[in-house]
Structures are given as structure tokens and as C-alpha cells.
Write a protein that binds this ligand. Sequence first.
Ligand SMILES: [Zn+2]
Length: 320
Amino acid sequence: MPNQGRRWFEQRKDFVGTARTAAPPKDESPDLWTRCKSCGEVLYNEALESNHRVCHLCGHHFRLDAISWLRMLCDEGTVTVHDENIGPVDALTFVDSKAYANRIAQSRNKTGRHDAFISLSAELDGIPIEIGSFDFRFMGGSMGSVVGELITRLYERAAERKVPAIVISASGGARMQEGVLSLMQMAKTCSALARLQDDAGMPYISLLTHPTTGGVAASFAMLGDIILAEPEALIGFAGPRVIRETIGEELPDGFQTSEYLLDHGMVDAIVPRTEMRAKLSLLLRQFLAMPSPVRALNETTPAQKEAPVAQPRQSNDDNR
Ligand SMILES: [Zn+2]
């Protein structure tokens, strides 16, 4: 498959820009400035984008779209896109407040994508990986048959190529408009993942962003060899109101946040977005027993030190 790296990202960058102008998120004014909803600081949009949409003053993480996530983590010029043209079908002719077919059409118009997941082969800091990201703008990043199939194929490609897999989750859970077909994706993705981890012996890093809930949180998102979360992300299965009403008790402060899950051993680390690429590189190198770039640099230093010593000896011999 041809390498679509930079051109693909640039096309999507234009598209993302258009989509933002058409429907700016509530926390963002459509012009040059954004007010941080955590500290109230007025942030210059260009500076906010260059800091991966993290407030430089208080560290608040604004939502980062799927393309920007992948652009941030993948090495330029190494990207091959997979399964771009697989779209959902309305097998149950499902209608809630709207027909499912209409919801699909609306999400397609909004995102320019066939479903809520983007799947790539790429390199991260020179390490070959299979990586995918949810697009939360497509029906809340819900997992139907297509998303499940794309994630399954991602794990299968990683197992075949013997490379690590990374999935960036941002999802409301299973797509109820596909009924049991969407619930089946939980078992399907987990089976493919088990083959990657157990048979191919390759690591899977799950990266949880705001929000990761429902059937996604209840399947592959929580099965990473390493599970990383963004600060203050909502991570859980059912919403707090449903849990409160079911168990008839008040929930503790910070329930279902990254920090709460870290305290209770459900995630391995909370990593600020600005450090995510370096952290993933370090973890992957440890899993794959590859030398870190820092150590490689140190290893060349003694040789470089010897070179000038050897040089004068050579020239002394010439003089004699
Ligand atoms: Zn702030």
C-alpha cells in the first residue's frame, strides 16, 4: 500500500479546520482566542494548538481530535491508512428519536469519515506500530460493527507484523442502534487482542482519553499491557447517575476520573498529553528490549572521544 503520510494528514487538517468553523465546540470561540474553562485564562488559539490543546497555565486538557492525536504520535512520512472506506449498515432499521440511517449520514457529513475509528500503520519515534484512534465526533465514538472490525483488524495486523498496538479511546461505548451486533464487538476485539498478546507476544498499550465509557471501557480499553490515561478524563462503565440509583449510595468525590482509577489500581499511569509521545517511546523500547535513543547517544560518545586521540598518533607516525 502506498505511503500516504504527510499528504493524508494535510488533507485532513484542512477538513478539521472546516468542521471547526462550521460548528465550534462550546468551550471555544470561533475566532483567535479560547477561554480556559478551568483557570479562566484567555489563550491564543495558535499557542493552544501548538501545545496540543493543553492550557499552558493550569494544564487543563481540551479535547484533541483523532487526527491531531495521530499526527502528534506518529513520525511524519511513515503513515499508511487502513480500512478508510468501510461504512456501517442499518441492519436492524433502527429508529429512536431519529433513524439510525440519518444519524450515520449526519455524522458522515460532519466528520467526512465512514465511521468513528481511524486505523494506521506507522512509526512512533522510529518504532513500527499499529495505531488507531476513536473520532468522538462520529456518534460519540460509539463502537458498532465497523469500529469493532477495524480494531480487530488492527490487532491482527500487529500480530502478523509482530509489532506493538496502540489504541486511543474516546467513546460513549457500544452503539445501541446496532443492538447485539455492537455488543458482539466486545468479544470479537478481545479475542483478536488475546492472539496479539499471547500468541504473537506483542505488547498493547491502551490510551484512555476523555471520555472512555460503556462497552469500550468494558473490553479492550482496559486490557492493555500498559494502560495510560490523560489527566481528569472520565473513565467508567455506566454513568454516575445510573450507578447511584442502582446501589442507592452516594458516590465518592472524583469517582470515575483518571486519578480515582489510578488510586484504585485500574490504570498504570496518568500522562500529560505533552509527554505522551516520549512516554510511549520509552515504554515500547522497554517492551521490545530496544536501546533508548539516549543510551544510543551515550554509546557513541566513547568512540567519538577515541577518534581525536587516534588522530594525532597517526600524524606523529607520518612525521617520523
Ligand atoms: Zn487553564
